[in-house]
Design a protein around this ligand. Structure first.
Ligand code: NDP
Ligand code: 2IT
Length: 447
């Protein structure tokens, strides 16, 4: 088996050199899915995974815009249309200076499996730009978003490809992107998700990724007759996903000890309660400040510069910032300090070594493609509401989100439970996600 997997990975490496994040994502899937393919005649010998690692289409384009000082700026825009076997391409846009082809291909590849797991009809895609929104004025953000959409519009559509937010792309950016799309297409369609509540957005979409990651952890804890009640929880990030993960943890009786950004983490021993979280939301979303400013209001907390929060003793860890933010050393420290559950809110935050350590210790570990699927699932619900020209209540959407997370959890058990009863959620999510897409691809022939 090892040699079949290595032969496959060598081929992918040769075709995609200098794309470490993409290769990391493919390797994790190949190691769990290839043994399944070999055991199942309907998939074997059809190069099905080789077809899945090749994007259906990769678009790169120039984005020129003028900053407030009158200087002409040039950025690069991307859209990876990875797989459309089960529905229109669907996935977020990331605006961050580190964005490159490798990162977007890993995200698009993960998205294919994640979207399949939601049970909704969505293919996988991802896009973005190396544009850095930090320190830009609202007018600069608007000009950039308009320039970006001025090219992207010809490649997307509500039945073709439906982008949404990701790092650096929130409600403000989606508004500007939607405005330009609507103007040049002369039509009001559900071409983007994460829209504002008065113009086609879904209730609960802003909360959905963070809430979903916590619902997933709740499902995992239930398998051990356990819950969030009284648990110490360490969260990384302080953006959209981290904020609403924290909110849900508090509602379920847990104590949130940390939040972070790329400069470091804050540790509040007394717990970041609902009032303190409200302050963080205002600081990050309205003031667009930095997490260390928390100390100006709550001086009893500590700011640990340049470090990640995994050194803080906790029962549950929720990585909600970015890829590869939790390495093997961090994982071992978490385990040594008694951590029993890790649910990924971010995409691929744990390195390969970290995942191996969690599996070896047999703790509850959920990969992002399962545990953060609540965001895109609720995007799918936004698309449904747009098609119906109707709006569900907060409660209706939240109940559907809970059901979807619980169904993903069941699917992971179906494909990931071993003979000793341990649930390998990585294996479960990869195989369950694969089966639906592979079946659709086989039914549609070689296209
Ligand atoms: P935001 O832009 O709202 O927040 C990102 C947070 O992560 C910020 O606190 C940011 O800090 C931190 N961060 C970003 N890059 C780095 C880095 N290189 N090192 C350390 N910290 C970093 O993004 P989201 O909350 O939307 O996304 C967070 C993660 O969740 C991403 O992995 C994303 O792909 C994933 N995700 C998001 C979904 C969504 O619906 N939004 C859905 C599913 C997954 P700083 O301000 O210093 O950059
Ligand atoms: O990684 C992700 O799932 C997202 N950024 C959300 C994608 C979406 O289409 O809502």
């Amino acid at each position: 088996m090892k040699s079949i997997i290595n032969e496959f990975l060598d081929q992918v490496k040769q075709r995609n050199p200098h794309e470490p994040e993409f290769l990391q994502a493919v390797e994790e899937v190949a190691e769990t899915v290839i043994p399944y393919i070999v055991e199942h005649d309907i998939y074997y010998g059809k190069n099905i995974l080789l077809r899945m690692v090749e994007p259906e289409r990769v678009i790169t384009f120039r984005v020129c815009w003028v900053d407030d000082a009158g200087e002409i700026r040039v950025n690069r825009g991307y859209r990876i249309q990875m797989n459309s076997a089960i529905g229109p391409y669907k996935g977020g846009l990331r605006f961050h200076p580190t964005v490159n082809l490798s990162i977007l291909k890993f995200l698009a590849f993960e998205q294919v499996f994640k979207n399949s797991l939601t049970t909704l009809p969505m293919g996988g895609g991802k896009g973005g730009s190396d544009f850095d929104p930090k320190g830009k004025s609202d007018n600069e953000i608007m000009r950039f978003c308009h320039a970006f959409m001025n090219e992207l519009f010809r490649h997307i559509g509500h039945n073709t490809d439906v982008p949404a937010g990701d790092i650096g792309v929130g409600a403000r950016e989606i508004g500007f992107l939607f405005g330009m799309y609507k103007k040049i297409s002369n039509g009001f369609t559900g071409v983007l998700t994460g829209k504002g509540m008065s113009w086609g957005g879904s209730l609960i979409r802003p909360e959905a990724t963070g809430y979903g990651a916590v619902y997933f952890a709740e499902n995992m804890l239930k398998t051990k007759n356990d819950s969030f009640e009284g648990k110490n929880v360490v969260i990384s990030g302080s953006g959209n996903v981290a904020q609403f993960a924290a909110e849900k943890v508090l509602q379920l009786g847990g104590k949130v000890l940390t939040l972070s950004d790329s400069s470091g983490y804050i540790y509040d021993e007394e717990g970041i309660d609902a009032d303190k979280l409200k302050f963080v939301m205002h600081l990050k979303n309205e003031k667009r400040g930095r997490i260390h400013e928390y100390l100006e209001k709550y001086p009893n907390a500590k700011f640990v510069k340049g470090k990640t929060p995994w050194e803080v003793t906790c029962h549950i860890a929720l990585p909600c910032a970015t890829q590869n933010e939790l390495n093997e050393k961090d994982a071992k420290l978490l385990l040594q300090n008694g951590c029993i559950c890790v649910s990924e809110g971010a995409n691929m935050p744990s390195t390969k070594g970290a995942i191996a350590a969690f599996h070896k210790a047999k703790i509850l570990f959920a990969p992002g493609k399962a545990s953060n699927a609540g965001g895109v699932a609720t995007s799918g619900l936004e698309m449904t509401q747009n098609s119906l020209r109707y709006k569900w209540t907060r409660e209706e959407v939240d109940n559907k989100l809970k059901d979807i997370m619980s169904n993903i959890h069941d699917a992971c058990i179906e494909y990931g439970k071993d003979e000793n009863g341990y649930i390998d959620y990585v294996k479960g999510a990869n195989i369950a996600g694969f089966v639906k897409v592979a079946d659709a691809m086989l039914a549609q022939g070689i296209v």
